[in-house]
Design a protein around this ligand. Structure first.
Ligand code: AMP
Ligand code: ZN
Length: 469
């Protein structure tokens, strides 16, 4: 079966057909850098990473752009409160974002355009000018420029509502008397005192771009007028992505995005994890509890992207145990040459593509992981019975190499916390010096921290003790 995704625009699972042969353009809404991204944001970025890696596994070359929103109401307010320039204020959160993304093994995008980059601001201004000339935007009495949503017939198609509904739910803000329609959104926000020195010149006076036009400008600047896939969390559907369609299509007259993919929220205690609710954890909050980046990657990835995922520490422990099973299995497979006696009969599945086939089905990660753990069970049983020969083990290891390009779950040893690394090194030295009493003491200390030291033919192995947290 062909690769297929649930398209938010049609609300249907559709076969995926890239516009170019063997290449995909992918735009993913990135972080607003007014504080450290929380793991709910990273649930979205991990889903996008799985998407990119699976497209690549299927032989497609992916060009991915992720924007950095480094100017908006929240970043300006944050810089003002911290009494530092906007650039300096946002830089710390950009750095933190890249650090956390690397910990979670997220493949870097090809480009990370920043909204404050003058060449993109120029593009935003050009697009707004074009929308005004087409009658799709207007400057209001407050000097800001708004999109005239009534003039864009497709407005509401992504979020699946009509304009009258929007009017009746009427979200009233103090400045809305300036607008022709309650749903008209700002393309250009006129400068006011609260903005301090954050401003750009424009044909409509000093001001700054609205959040939605930032993405339309950066996406079309780097990927062209038309894009294969555009992603974000479900909260981006409206108004952000609806506005992106209105702006981009208003300017180009071409269909902006072929496939809209949105991931469901990460929850805490049944509520959306959000900065505004104060119920969030960051990557450092999770690693401070002794969990590693790959454990968090597993915990955020293991549930289908369109299913809400409740974050719990039990879930983190389950991730730890599952990865422990994978680690043990790989270690056993790698050591199989020595004690294999006769060939196994259950080798049929290893050259198959059950894993990839499951991901073809709208990234069905639960089914894909199901195949992995079923394989682990079967091969472990064969190894218990000494029925797995070296060639078969090598075949499974090749299979793992392949699927791990997508999962990126394998331990690289680098994720040990510093104190654990130190104890492990000291234990290694003690063993070399044949001081076994000291080496046992150090093993106990590692145990107390929730880690296990094992001596294998390849040397000392340090793994997390399941259920240690
Ligand atoms: P923001 O920095 O708020 O613009 O969000 C960046 C990305 O994270 C967007 O794609 C959001 O839709 C997504 N996002 C925000 N909160 C959550 C959450 N609790 N679960 C999943 N995705 C989220
Ligand atoms: Zn965006």
């Amino acid at each position: 079966m062909a690769l297929r995704f649930f398209n938010t625009y049609s609300r249907r699972v559709e076969e995926f057909k890239p516009r170019k042969t063997n290449a995909v353009d992918l735009y993913t809404c990135g972080p607003t850098v007014y504080s450290r991204a929380h793991i709910g944001n990273f649930r979205a970025y991990i889903f996008e990473d799985l998407l990119q890696r699976h497209l690549e596994a299927r032989g497609l070359k992916v060009h991915r752009v992720m924007n950095i929103t480094d100017v908006d109401d929240k970043t300006i307010r944050g810089a003002r409160e911290a009494k530092i320039p906007l650039q300096k204020f946002t830089q710390q959160f950009k750095d933190a974002f890249f650090e956390d993304a690397e910990k979670l093994r997220i493949k870097p995008a090809n480009e990370y355009p920043a909204a404050t980059d003058q060449k993109y601001v120029d593009k935003m201004i050009a697009m707004i000018g074009d929308l005004i000339s087409k009658g799709l935007a207007y400057q209001a009495d407050d000097k800001s420029v708004y999109y005239r949503i009534k003039s864009f017939p497709n407005y509401g198609k992504l979020a699946h509502f009509n304009l009258d509904e929007l009017q009746s739910t009427g979200r009233v803000k103090h400045d809305e008397y300036d607008k022709e329609h309650v749903g008209d959104f700002a393309l250009w926000k006129a400068w006011d005192q609260d903005d301090g020195d954050v401003k750009w010149d424009s044909p409509w006076g000093p001001g700054r771009p609205g959040w939605h036009i930032e993405c339309s400008a950066m996406a079309t600047a780097l990927l062209g007028d038309q894009i294969d896939i555009h992603c974000g969390g479900v909260d981006n559907i409206f108004p952000h992505h609806e506005a992106e369609i209105a702006q981009s299509e208003g300017v180009t007259g071409k269909k902006f995005v072929n496939y809209w993919l949105h991931c469901a929220h990460l929850l805490v205690d049944g509520q959306k994890m959000a900065k505004s609710l104060g119920n969030f954890y960051t990557v450092p909050d999770v690693t401070a509890k002794g969990f590693t980046g790959r454990e968090l990657r597993y915990a955020l990835m293991r549930v289908h992207y369109r299913t809400q995922l409740n974050f719990t520490w039990d879930g983190m422990n389950e991730a730890l145990e599952s990865l422990g099973r994978i680690d043990d299995w790989l270690e056993r497979l790698r050591g199989v040459g020595e004690n294999a006696e006769r060939p196994t009969s259950n080798v049929e599945r290893q050259t198959g593509s059950d894993f990839e086939d499951a991901l073809d089905d709208d990234l069905n990660i639960s089914a894909a992981l199901g195949f992995l753990f079923e394989t682990i069970r079967e091969t472990n049983r064969a190894m218990d019975e000494k029925k797995l020969d070296e060639k078969t083990a090598a075949g499974w290891l090749d299979w793992w190499e392949r699927i791990n390009q997508t999962l990126r779950f394998e331990s690289d040893g680098a994720e040990l916390p510093d104190d654990v690394k130190k104890l492990a090194e000291a234990r290694l030295q003690a063993r070399l010096a044949k001081d076994f009493r000291k080496s046992d003491e150090l093993r106990d200390q590692l145990n107390a921290l929730g880690w296990e030291a094992r001596d294998t033919k390849d040397g000392q192995k340090i793994t997390r003790r399941a259920g240690a947290k």
